[in-house]
Design a binder for this molecule. Structure first.
Ligand code: R5P
Length: 281
């Protein structure tokens, strides 16, 4: 592994503990204006200090993220399809490596759809991207997307995850399953990060994070369970505490609740002060 690749990898996964909190906000690449991501400059930028990296498309990076940000970025570089198509697996590489370098990305993320109609194309996309990543020292995160007809169980996810690692992916992102998650993490030779999946009640999302970490994950690449929470700032701090400090579910839930209350109090104080200002006019 080249020095540059190792260095970029260490900007995604903290060398101190080998763990990472990736904040995934790339959903619009096929879903359009997803709830919670309507204006990323407003909803996501304040969360960035609590994330090890932001995962997003180059379009949103340019339009919504200040170029002074400290948080490294991982670019979503596969796509060219939409939720309106029945077969989401028909993806290609959508960002030239020159632009990835110009945008100073710490990594590139691409989906593979094992078992879907375009599985060959997406796995070939991954192999090609890894060749480019190795040439320029940029790590590749393979995302094991699950086609509509596939069963999301440990057997399937272990298959998809291992194939991604065999292609040479530096990190693999996959889903959590209650039954035999260890089968996925123990058969993958590179770090596995957990996608959050659909929005759950906050405590359940923290339990899932805790269990994934206890069962071999290196961190999360989580989206909706953070940005669709009633306290995104509370949730990202709580997830961060589980991933990096080994916080218990109870302690993490308290962090979430405390921040939710503090945010509410700040909003109330702001509204009161606005009302005062109005009286002066
Ligand atoms: C999905 O295709 C995107 O790559 C998301 O980044 C991924 O699903 C993780 O987000 P969430 O935690 O919302 O599932």
């Amino acid at each position: 592994m080249s020095w540059g690749l190792k260095n970029r990898l260490s900007r995604i996964i903290r060398p101190k503990d080998g763990h990472t909190v990736m904040l995934a906000v790339d959903h619009g690449y096929f879903l359009g204006p997803t709830r919670g991501l309507e204006c990323i400059a407003e909803s996501i930028v304040p969360l960035a200090p609590y994330a090890d990296t932001l995962m997003l498309t180059r379009g949103i990076l340019r339009s919504d993220i200040p170029n002074t940000i400290d948080t490294p970025v991982v670019l979503r570089v596969s796509g060219a399809n939409s939720v309106l198509d029945d077969d989401l697996s028909n993806e290609t590489i959508i960002t030239d490596i020159d632009d990835v370098i110009r945008l100073n990305a710490a990594g590139m993320a691409l989906s593979i759809f094992v078992g879907s109609p375009h599985q060959h194309q997406t796995i070939a996309n991954l192999a090609k991207l890894i060749d480019l990543g190795e040439r320029y020292g940029i790590p590749v995160i393979a995302v094991t997307a699950v086609g509509k007809d596939m069963v999301r169980d440990a057997r399937y996810l272990a298959l998809a995850t291992r194939i991604a690692a065999e292609m040479g992916a530096h990190i693999v992102k996959t889903y959590y399953v209650e039954d035999d998650f260890e089968r996925i993490t123990s058969t993958c030779p590179v770090p596995v990060v957990m996608a959050g999946g659909k929005k759950l009640p906050e405590r359940e999302a923290l339990e899932m994070t805790f269990n994934a970490m206890a069962r071999g994950a290196s961190g999360v690449d989580m989206g909706r369970n953070i940005f669709q929470s009633d306290s995104p700032l509370g949730m990202i701090q709580a997830v961060n505490a589980v991933v990096h400090m080994g916080a218990s579910v109870d302690d993490a839930f308290t962090i979430y609740m405390d921040e939710k209350k503090a945010t509410g109090a700040r909003a109330a104080a702001g509204a009161a002060s606005d009302a005062d200002d109005t009286r002066k006019i």
